[in-house]
Structures are given as structure tokens and as C-alpha cells.
Design a protein around this ligand. Structure first.
Ligand code: NAI
Ligand SMILES: C[C@@H](CO)CCC[C@@H](C)[C@H]1CC[C@H]2[C@@H]3[C@H](O)CC4=CC(=O)CC[C@]4(C)[C@H]3CC[C@]12C
Length: 369
């Protein structure tokens, strides 16, 4: 992938490039990768904002396609030097069937790997997730853990199961021979809960708060800490990994990296209040207002309702047994592996990440006050 100093010559493909993270990766590449000649954005649904990117110096090619269709992926990968694979179904609410989650997240990833092998593309960066590790079904805390911390990673939910399987495929593919005789270099990034501009769940909480008269009710103890990372820093990590993968193939190939930055360790709800508070919402209660057993009962009720209503309507509330367990289990990361291996430092400070997220929320929804 040696690039000459004068003429940009690299072709990148970003799958899922119109998603929450994918859009930030696409924009970050255009800002921070001077060697870029062409950027292919591959997604099931193409976003209108892609049009405005087509006027810049880098050729931006929008490709409407489906990662579950091997021939579409192969066509998109053909001639690309680097693939950043962020496409996936993110669903822990029962909106999407387990079959579809598996098909897109696992089979889709396998298709991307095979396309790289078939087309001679050597560098593959995969967006994995903290969920590959945990929290596990036993609800054991993962406190300031790193990539080597022992933890019993046992999942039952289709989303973490599919992400774990996809990550394994990507790591096992490292070192495979690609067309032309060279080897494939892969690695996986594991973001914790991503936040920032475009974060749909944050918007859902904001709307819920507005509906409840500017209030949200604490459901999770403030002592349970949840790892969060700003989308701009996650995107920056992807760009850096992609850039460094050739020079540091022996070190980085087949590796996993948690995504981290300076965002504070807080409970899921207290962290959200860093943004929702300045937008006029209030979190009621210093302790959970409902006892835990009642919340568990409510989640069971939601599960039952979801099942009963399924023939008529999709009922998929934020609260279900899985999300309650997630929010109630400490999962925080403390590592410097990305800094040691490829010189990562967060591009956005906590203050900037916070300010940008608040601005986005206020711009989208106005003020609750
Ligand atoms: N949102 C989060 O907090 C976290 C997300 N991740 C991972 O980051 C990646 C991106 O997630 P988000 O941006 O949050 O989700 P998103 O849903 O906003 O973006 C996913 C994109 O993939 C596309 N896509 C879905 N199925 C496809 C298919 N069959 N073919 C082609 N494109 C398809 C969607 O259209 C969408 O644009 C996913 O792999 C997810 O597992 C990892 C950790 C945390
Ligand atoms: C008890 C509720 C009342 O306020 C709060 C419920 C919060 C949940 C909706 C979220 C708690 C933890 C989140 C997940 C976590 O950040 C890790 C994730 C990683 C991913 O790869 C995808 C998203 C998610 C599963 C994220 C989804 C929302 C939560 C379950």
C-alpha cells in the first residue's frame, strides 16, 4: 500500500458508511487521510448527505448494496486497498429477527472477508463491540478491564453472539493468502457504548424525557459504571488503524483494541444527563425510584407484550430483560493498547465531545425548557 507523496492513490471502502458510526468514519477519512483517491461508501440505504461530499477533491462513490449478497460485496471491494467494515444490525430491543441479525452480522462479515481474499485486498478493519466480551449473562462486573483481562464471555442474546462470531471470523482470517499471493491483515475495534452526533438512542431518551414533562426517572443505581466513547474518537481510531496496518502488520494483525477516550466513567443514566441536562431535562431520584424486582417484572411484561402484539404491531421498548441487565452491570475499560500499538490519542477531548453532542441534540430537538 506504499503511497507516493504527491498523488493520492488509495481506495478505501467503508461498509455501513451511512450509519451513525459509518458517517463519522467517512467524514474523518476525508479530513484526515491525505493519501485517499477514492472513497467508496457501501450501505443498504444511501443517505442524501453523501451528495455534498461528492464535490470535494476525493472521488466519493456511493454504492447501494447488501453485505449479505456476496457478489455485491465482491464488486464493491474490487480494487480497494482497505476495507473498513462497520455495517451491521445493532438491535437489542427485539426489532430485528435473530436470523437477520445473524445473516447481516456474521454472514455479511464472512462475505467481506471472502471478497478481500478473492479481490486481493490486504487490509481489513472490522468494527466489533465491547459486547463481544460482556457484560455476560451472569452480570459479572468488568471494572477498568483491558484486552487481556480474564472474563467469562458468555452470551445468549443474538446481537452479542453475532458480534462475537463475526469478530472471531475476522481475527482467524488474518494471514490468509489473498489473490496475488500476499496476505490479509485484519484487526477488530471494540467500542464501548458510542455517543455523539447522530446517536439514535440518546435522541429516544430525550424524546421520552420531553414526553414526561422534562423528567427522566432513575432506574439504575448511580454506582454502576458504564463505558462510553465519543463517536469522533471511535472514527479516528478506525482511520488510524487503517493507516498503520501495513507498516505494523506483524504487531497489529489479528489484534483487538477497545475504543476509549477521556469520557468519564458514570452510570448509563448519569452519563446521558451530561447532555440531556443542558437540554433542560432532569433525572429524578438519587436512587432508583422502583425496586429492582419491580423493574424485572416490568421487563418480563414488556417481553410478553412484545410477543403478544407481534402479529399486529412491533412493540420494542427500551426496557427489556437484556437492556436492564446491561444497564445494571458495570462494564468499563482502561487500556492504552491502541496508543502503544499505533499511537492513538483521542482527537476530541471530553469537553469538546460533550459540547458537540449537546449542540447536536439542541439543534435536532430544540430545548426542553
Ligand atoms: N452504537 C453503538 O453503541 C455501538 C456500535 N457498534 C458497532 O458499530 C457498527 C456501526 O453501528 P452503528 O453506527 O451504531 O449502527 P447503525 O445502525 O447506525 O449503522 C449500521 C449501518 O449498517 C447498514 N447496514 C445494515 N445492514 C446492512 C446490510 N445488510 N448491508 C449493508 N449495510 C447494512 C445500515 O444501513 C446502517 O447504515 C456496528 O457494527 C455495531 O455493531 C459497536 C459498539 C457500540
Ligand atoms: C434501564 C433503562 C432505563 O433508563 C436504561 C436502558 C439503557 C439501555 C437501553 C442501554 C444500556 C447499555 C446500552 C448498550 C451498551 O452501551 C453497549 C452496546 C454496544 C453495542 O455494540 C450496541 C449498543 C449497545 C448494545 C447499547 C444499547 C443500549 C443499552 C442496552
Amino acid at each position: 500500500m506504499a503511497a507516493c507523496a504527491e498523488a493520492p492513490e488509495l481506495v478505501y471502502l467503508v461498509t455501513g458508511g451511512c450509519g451513525f458510526l459509518g458517517e463519522h468514519v467517512v467524514r474523518m477519512l476525508l479530513e484526515q487521510e491525505p493519501r485517499l483517491r477514492e472513497l467508496r461508501v457501501f450501505d443498504l440505504r444511501l443517505s442524501p448527505w453523501l451528495e455534498e461530499l461528492k464535490t470535494g477533491p476525493v472521488q466519493v462513490t456511493a454504492i447501494q448494496g447488501d453485505v449479505t449478497q456476496a457478489h455485491e460485496v465482491a464488486a464493491a471491494v474490487s480494487g480497494a486497498h482497505v476495507v473498513i467494515h462497520t455495517a451491521g444490525v445493532v438491535d437489542v430491543f427485539g426489532r430485528v429477527s435473530p436470523e437477520t441479525i445473524y445473516k447481516v452480522n456474521v454472514q455479511g462479515t464472512q462475505n467481506v472477508i471472502e471478497a478481500c481474499v478473492q479481490m486481493g485486498t490486504r487490509f481489513l478493519v472490522h468494527t466489533s463491540s465491547m459486547e463481544v466480551v460482556g457484560p455476560n449473562i451472569k452480570g459479572q462486573p468488568f471494572h477498568r478491564g483491558d484486552e487481556d483481562t480474564p472474563y467469562e464471555a458468555v452470551h445468549k442474546h443474538p446481537y452479542p453472539q453475532s458480534k462475537a462470531q463475526a469478530e472471531r471470523l475476522v481475527l482467524e482470517a488474518n494471514g490468509r493468502e489473498v489473490r496475488g499471493g500476499l496476505t490479509l491483515v485484519t484487526c477488530a475495534l471494540r467500542p464501548t457504548g458510542i455517543y455523539g452526533e447522530g446517536h439514535q438512542i440518546m435522541r429516544d431518551f430525550y424524546r421520552q424525557g420531553l414526553r414526561l414533562g422534562g423528567r427522566l426517572f432513575r432506574a439504575v443505581p448511580a454506582s454502576v459504571e458504564h463505558g462510553r466513547v465519543y463517536v469522533g474518537n471511535v472514527a479516528w481510531m478506525h482511520v488510524l488503524v487503517a493507516r498503520e496496518l501495513e507498516q505494523r502488520a506483524a504487531l497489529m494483525g489479528g489484534q483487538v483494541y477497545f475504543c476509549y477516550d477521556q469520557s468519564p466513567y458514570k452510570s448509563y443514566e448519569d452519563f446521558n444527563m451530561e447532555f440531556l441536562g443542558p437540554c433542560g431535562l432532569r433525572l429524578v431520584g438519587t436512587r432508583p425510584l422502583l425496586p429492582h424486582w419491580l423493574l424485572v417484572l416490568l421487563t418480563a411484561l414488556n417481553t410478553l407484550l412484545q410477543w403478544l402484539l407481534r402479529p399486529l404491531v412491533l412493540y420494542a421498548p427500551l426496557l427489556n430483560p437484556y437492556t436492564l441487565a446491561m444497564a445494571n452491570t458495570t462494564f468499563t475499560v482502561s487500556t492504552n493498547k491502541a496508543q502503544r500499538h499505533f499511537g492513538y490519542k483521542p482527537l476530541f477531548s471530553w469537553e469538546v465531545s460533550r459540547a458537540r453532542t449537546i449542540l447536536w441534540l439542541q439543534g435536532k430537538e430544540g430545548s426542553a425548557q
